[in-house]
Write a protein that binds this ligand. Sequence first.
Ligand SMILES: *Cc1c(COP(=O)(O)O)cnc(C)c1O
Length: 662
Amino acid sequence: MPALAIVDTPVVDVFPDTFIPASPISATAVDGSCHWSTSLSTELYRIDDWGAPYFTANSSGNISVRPHGSNTLSHQDIDLMKVVKEVTDPKSSGGLGLQLPLIIRFPDVLKNRLKCLQSAFDLAIVNKSYDSHYQGVYPVKCNQDRSIVEDIVEFGLKSRFGLEAGSKPEILLAMSCLCRGNREAFLVCNGFKDAEYISLALLGKKLELNTVIVLEQEEELDLVIKLSKKMNVRPVIGLRAKLRTKHSGHFGSTSGEKGKFGLTAIQIVRVVRKLDQFGMLDCLELLHFHIGSQIPSTTLLSDGVTEAAQLYCELFRLGASEMKIIDIGGGLGIDYDGSKSGESDLSVSYSLEEYAAAVVESVMLVCDQKSVKHPVICSESGRAIISHHSVLIFEAVSANQQHETPSDIEFLLDDYSEEARGDYEKLYAAAKHGDHESCLLYVDQLKQRCVQEFKQGSLSIDQLAGVDGLCGWVVKAIGGSDPVLTYNVNLSVFTSIPDFWGIDQLFPIVPIHRLDQRPVARGILYDLTCDSDGKIDKFIGGESSLPLHELDNEGRYYLGMFLGGAYEEALGGLHNLFGGPSVVRVLQTDGPLGFEVDRAVMGQSSADVLRAMQHEPELMIQTLRDRAEEAGGGDEENGALVASCLDHSFNNMPYLNKEMSE
Ligand SMILES: *Cc1c(COP(=O)(O)O)cnc(C)c1O
């Protein structure tokens, strides 16, 4: 007999054995066997597919980071759990005591990605005897975080790596960062521009930065002509072409002839004529295009690059003899689901090397055909550079079953109305016959009747709970309940994974520990916000739930979201006033821990998010303290308690704070 209190009541006692619920563990198990190993978890969560070479499951059952990728010689892995412990535990050596959620940045991973991108192009250029070089830029819109942009400029010093900006604050940050960079590094100015933006770009030229003003709209040309005269600067101009090549995925909706960005063939012809007329055709040096993010295949890539290379050669033929750069935009994709299929926006079917080879080959073919000198190849890869370098850590704090089978709630048949008892008899008979379909029907009928009686005031809440418990037990016993649990996570989807909410973008989510234990349930994740959209119920691999472990009362359960370094941070909002997560920057070292926390910032406090909505926390605290004084009749102890309570709450992050309840 199962350990349920209702079992002790005479009525349930006579329920047939078919109603004995299977143990909750085996009923929801992902795998029937008891044996489990880390390598089974690796397979289950496809860690090697999406995570290689940076993320693996280690022998302690935790996720490890290999900050230098496949170049593991003499480099120690970093255990993510150790990082989490180090930065969240106030008693750890660093004593940081940061609250979750937490973003952990690994600049070593960023450096490795940049190096791999550069090597892929260098290799393709050598292999094909291409007669120029690759010189990339990082589009700062992907993540404008200061440490990321500064790192990229520093890591890219030798390879002349530059930045791309798309708005006025972005060009301001790009200019100031590049002042410490290589003088030849490009500063590509994209986006819709007004006189102020163009003046800033021209100012960049005065500061001897390698600024290129890319015309996004025809009207921008008049401003460039006028302002460059006024400021007495010879500008370097680029054109953004609207290609006919169309990328059909989500990120391609702005590509093709009806796209949002760039100049049409008609406009390009007019721009060239006007530049010529003003004696400025020699200022035109760059052709830019952007097929869209997550380009699925090298076939589409080659198609777009070929079209653009033809345009490049045509500009030459029209007299733009100083043309020297082809800027292929972003779009180098990430394999989020590890399928390497390129069949959805979640995956791409090529490697970095194949991407670079396709670009170099397509440009070269066209230029050789038209006898045009090979241009410098620039790319604006964002996603591909920074996705891997940051990991979002959050906690599951509780889990619920759809049907509860309580052991502390009684069902006593004699307490119920005659009608309810009638429903029960039918349920009982159906159960005895093993007729599960009828069971579900009578469960429903019994429940509905009891709710009706409750509304009328003739049923107590204990009786209502008793019936819910009985029904939960029955449904579970006949396997009629949804085995998927809901795990409540200490996170806001709107703040930290906005692309999941907005455009159904999926990221790999995996427990970062206990991978040597068998997950016993499948779950969907409910976030903290009071919003029904605040949940994660789609996962990579086409799954609608995630294998998860049982929450035990002592320990904590940490999940990691991977590959989310691009776009999510700046897109995130303040829904329900849940602000940004804590952020740490972790460097690989040879010390005993294998890492060192180089920078740590607590996430936005309640005061911070309130300020963002024009509230004034200082005033609010004063108002509340004044009221406390009034209400407490000037009791000093009471006043001090109120003050410390308020202080705490305004200064802490808005997320659940487990430390305080312990
Ligand atoms: C967004 C954007 C990029 C970056 O695209 P990724 O797919 O992240 O590489 C590059 N260029 C332009 C013009 C963009 O708008």
